[in-house]
Design a protein around this ligand. Sequence first.
Ligand code: ARG
Length: 483
Amino acid sequence: MSHNQLDAKSQAWSALFTEPMSELVQRYTASVFFDRRLWKADIQGSLAHAEMLAAQGIISAQDWADIQRGLQQIAQEIEAGTFEWKLALEDVHLNIEARLTQLVGDAGKRLHTGRSRNDQVATDVRLWLRDEIDGLIALLRELQAALVDVAAQHVDTILPGFTHLQVAQPVSFAHHLLAYVEMFARDEERLRDVRRRTNRLPLGAAALAGTTYPLDRARVARTLGMVDERGEPQLCLNSLDAVSDRDFAIEFSGAAALIMVHISRLSEELILWMSQNFGFIRIADRFTTGSSIMPQKKNPDVPELARGKTGRVVGHLVGLLTLMKGQPLAYNKDNQEDKEPLFDTVDTLRDTLRIFVDMIGGERDATTGQRSGGITVNRAAMEAAARKGFATATDLADYLVRKGVPFRDAHETVAAAVRAASEQGVDLSELPLAALQRFHPAIGEDVYAVLTLPGSVAARRTVGGTAPTQVQQQIERHRARLA
Ligand code: ARG
């Protein structure tokens, strides 16, 4: 087969085919227009494979040198945008291999010795995803750091804590933000865990059963950095499984969907907080848009879109699960459909995280560590809201318990006091002592200390509670973790 004949698809894989594909079937089966983004991983994998073939004496040193030279030139062409991607060559793998053979002749045709596109594509996707996971972990840490920095400014800022979206008890705004830091910290753990199982080598499985050539799989794994913490090579140890399962991609999508769900909850709060009825925060104008008809509007488009895009990432997870379900061993072409959802998941998550780092934390001055341009907090509005809705009612009950009243009785007494205060349109702390004493004689002048917002917050000193002393400890723990 001569080099230019490779342009015709049927000759790209075999002389067995007597009939050309229609244009529609070519487009239907091709993946090059989306899987070309795997080109770097594909070249990286081919280089590692060829280096090992030469080291094992399966190809000559000259072939290895030619393959290296050819693949380097291809990388330059792709980077420069001069590489000609051909639909007729189906996917990224065949496009690169055909060009290699065009450039270096027979050595290019020897590259595929002991390899199949089945173990090749599984390797490429794993390499690509591993590196993307590293980038996402870094962004997730930046987002946590931004939240911790904003929290550090607001340990003593009080807002109403809600259950059922009804005012429940006052909490520190820092405490509220740190709840998201906990979520993103677990998300980071999950990504690290998925990375371990992603970073394993399928190459050597060949089409499905392994290969007759004396490959050194561990060498390839080491070259590709597919090693554990102790530097031990990580291989997929069943060839059928190696080429066919995509559970690493599904797990990743699960972790990504959870991150988006956490982002979506935060988005919902940002949207509520910046509505006129709350007025707790402002987000910078660069993350909002106006209305074409209502001149007064500033809409929180970015958090709304993040909430919306959560749907598509969750959808991709379901798509990938459904893709895998019902596939018999080993490789099936169904698996080509893993790429677009996976790519879109990574793109959506990466963009969302980058935008959120900036929207929450703004720009961080490297020398002073000061941030500017992130969310603006209206402490007065938060505290005014916390003073509505009898947020310190539990504190009055706890006060009575300390005076010896059984908790259930205290609960009843306070409910009656809340009802009376509510009828008069005042807060519990605004009822005169004599009025409070009508509900229980054990109430004394010292009750007013527990009815204030700072008193209420400071009293919740359990580990993980909202008291400023506790919150400060958590801030320090996170700072050490994120340093
Ligand atoms: N483009 C294919 C994929 O993404 C590569 C593997 C093709 N293997 C095969 N035997 N047709 O899955």
